[in-house]
Design a binder for this molecule. Structure first.
Ligand code: NAP
Length: 254
């Protein structure tokens, strides 16, 4: 039986571990050709090995720092020539270099957060949309936001601001790219056990706070975010654009 993403090429930033790797594996299982990128070659190779062991063979790796325009241009050229024009982009790689009161953030930490989480997402989208339009293909772009962008984000203020801005970016691009048959949506995960969130997940008081506010009373595994990404990439969501979906066990409704 053909998968839901047969004949699609999915480009996933931050695909070497955590949520990005789970999305890559889920899209691979649905028949997409998958390109994962991240800064470190070693992590990418490890992810490729793990996915090959799962039977996902149509998977390609390419290092790319999404804060660097040259890296992004190289990734897109390479992807188009080697794998094909991407029809799915998952903007997933992000950073959070500062944990503390918003007013105490340093300028360097502020700049880094906005450079990667916003400028990186925009530059990846610009380069990918250019390739999609050149090849005249329909596309689906998925921005990984966060529940930190949907409500107050104490101690993660600048990070939360970038994640909130992605909700706006998603709406605007959905309107601007709709006529080109390119859909743009976002996912706002709740707390998910990954390296990125290890400080949170390993602090019992923080876990208790999250669990108490979460209807399902627990945090998520990366695989639990991947299903929404597959849906948004597939034809099943052909009339869905400009939306942000909280995949948070009910955190944002309380
Ligand atoms: N975990 C959570 O609780 C949670 C909750 C809500 C939203 N999110 C969002 O989910 C997304 C993925 O987070 P995660 O928890 O899966 O993180 P993770 O496990 O730490 O994985 C991050 C991935 O991004 C790559 N990466 C980091 N900085 C990069 C850069 N500048 N350029 C390119 N690649 C980069 C990493 O590889 P390299 O180190 O090799 O670059 C890695 O592949 C992020 O957008 C995050 O904000 C996470």
């Amino acid at each position: 039986m053909a998968g839901r993403l047969q004949d699609k090429v999915a480009l996933i930033t931050g695909g070497s571990r955590g949520i990005g790797a789970a999305i890559a594996a889920a899209m691979g299982r649905e028949g997409a050709s998958v390109v994962i990128s991240a800064r470190k070659q070693e992590g990418l190779e490890k992810a490729r090995e793990q996915m090959a062991a799962e039977g996902i063979e149509d998977l390609y790796i390419r290092p790319c720092h999404i804060g660097r325009s040259d890296d992004i241009a190289d990734l897109l050229d390479w992807c188009v020539q080697t794998v094909g024009t991407p029809t799915i982009l998952v903007n997933n790689a992000a950073t959070n270099p500062y944990f503390g009161p918003l007013l105490d953030i340093s300028e360097a930490q502020w700049d880094k957060t906005f450079e990667v989480n916003l400028k990186g997402y925009l530059h990846m989208t610009q380069a990918t949309v250019k390739a999609m339009k050149n090849a005249q293909v329909a596309g689906s772009i998925i921005n990984i936001s966060s529940i930190s962008g949907l409500s107050a984000a104490p101690l993660q203020g600048a990070y939360g601001m970038t994640k909130a801005a992605l909700v706006s970016m998603t709406k605007t691009l959905a309107v601007e790219l709709g006529p080109s048959n390119i859909r743009v949506n976002a996912i706002a995960p709740g707390l998910v056990a990954t390296r990125f969130s290890s400080v949170l997940v390993e602090t019992p008081e923080i876990v208790e706070h999250y669990n108490q506010r979460t209807a399902l009373n627990r945090y998520a595994t990366p695989d639990e975010i991947a299903g929404m990404a597959v849906y948004l990439a597939s034809e099943e969501s052909s009339f869905v654009t400009g939306q942000t979906y909280a995949v948070d066990g009910g955190y944002s409704i309380t």
